[in-house]
Design a protein around this ligand. Sequence first.
Ligand code: DX5
Ligand code: ZN
Length: 221
Amino acid sequence: MSGKISPSIMCADFCNLGRDLRTFEELRIEYLHIDIMDGTFVPNYTLGTDFVKALHAATDIPLDIHLMIDEPERKIDWFELNPNDYVSIHYESTRHVQRTLQRIKDRGAKTMLALNPATPLCVLEDVLPDLDAVLIMTVNPGFAGQKIVPQTLDKIKRCKKLLNERGYEHVEIEADGNVSFENAAKMRAAGADIFVAGTSSILAPGKDLAVETKKFREVIA
Ligand code: DX5
Ligand code: ZN
C-alpha cells in the first residue's frame, strides 16, 4: 500500500484554508493533521475544539487529531469525533494510557499512541491490542520548522520490526516532524505509512500546494 499524506494544518495559510481544503480533496489526501497544544505539555498553543468542528463541517477528509496536552483522558470528550478520525495521545502525557485509548475507541474513532524522540518503543508492548497506529515524533513536539532528531529514523525501522514480530503488521506508523522530501523517502524506506507534511515539504511558504503535493506523493509511493 502506498504512503498516506496528512498535511499539518497548523502550517497552512488560515486565510485561504477553504481553497486549500478543495485542493486536498481533489488530490485525495488521506488525512488532515490537527495539532492541539495546551501550553503545558508543550510550550505553545495552536488549534482547538471549535476548529475540529469547523473542519468536520467543511470537508469529508478524516482528521488526524494530535493531542499534545496533559491528561488527555479528561479532555477527549470535549472533541467532536467522526468514525474515520484518528486521535493520537502522547505516552508521556498521562498515567492512564490504556484507559484513554479505550475511551477513544468507545467514542468510535481510531487510536494512535505518540512517542516523543526520547521515549523507548518498549512502552508499546502492552497496549498493542489497543492501537490502530503509532506516531513516531521525529522532532520534539511543539513547533513547526525544526530539524529531525536523526536517531528517530532508526526508531521507525525498529518500530516496524516490533509490529511485524508481534503480529501487529496492520498497525500503521505515522512520522511527524521535519518530513521533508528527502526525509520522507528515508522514513518510507524505514517503514512509515502516514506522513505529516508541513513547512518542510508541501506547506513551505510561497510554493504551489498542488505541485508540491503531487511531488510528495511520488516520494512516498
Ligand atoms: C508537531 C507538528 C509539526 C509540524 C510539521 O506535532 O505536526 O511537526 O507541523 O511541520 P514541519 O515540516 O515544519 O516540521
Ligand atoms: Zn503533529
